[in-house]
Design a protein around this ligand. Structure first.
Ligand SMILES: [Zn+2]
Length: 164
């Protein structure tokens, strides 16, 4: 029973999107650190992604709302832990696929801080892309331009060792 409830909560977390990254769930972003169920109460610990993204309150509210919709849940508490470090490596393959589908190049894997990285165009996979505006619409993304298919696109910046 406990195991089944845990699976139900995990399934719900796959339906809650990060408001900054439409259609990528908090679960696929690797933000869910721990789920505890005590009777009808659910305690979720999450790891925040980019501190520059002011979406934590929204995520907290959305997760709470979605989980309490499960019929057996009486209460859901969502907490962010700043002890755990999130990195862009925590994004699942499904999450990366969703990012690409929405014209956002996923961050590079196994990125070493200080290294340059090449970004493949999410539309045509070309490596011939140029950094147009490193600041982008939010602190977590940059705007790039693909010289092959001429599309502008966004790229998620790699985060591996984030200092709060
Ligand atoms: Zn392209």
């Amino acid at each position: 029973m406990q195991e089944q409830r845990l699976q139900e909560v995990r399934a719900v977390l796959k339906t809650v999107d990060d408001p900054e990254l439409p259609s990528v769930s908090v679960s696929d972003l690797g933000m869910v650190h721990d789920v505890k169920i005590i009777g009808s109460q659910v305690y979720i610990t999450m790891v925040p992604t980019f501190a520059g993204c002011p979406a934590l309150d929204f995520i907290q509210r959305d997760v709470q709302k979605a989980v309490t919709e499960l019929s057996w849940v009486s209460e859901c508490e969502v907490q962010f832990t700043f002890q755990e470090k999130w990195s862009t490596d925590a994004i699942t393959d499904e999450g990366k696929k969703q990012l690409k589908k929405h014209g956002i190049a996923p961050p590079p894997e196994n990125y070493q801080p200080g290294n340059e990285w090449t970004v493949a165009c999410p539309y045509c996979d070309s490596d011939f892309t140029s950094m147009e505006n490193v600041f982008g619409p939010t602190a977590c993304r940059s705007i790039l331009y693909c010289t092959t298919c001429k599309n502008p696109f966004e790229a998620m910046k790699p985060v591996v060792d984030y200092v709060y």
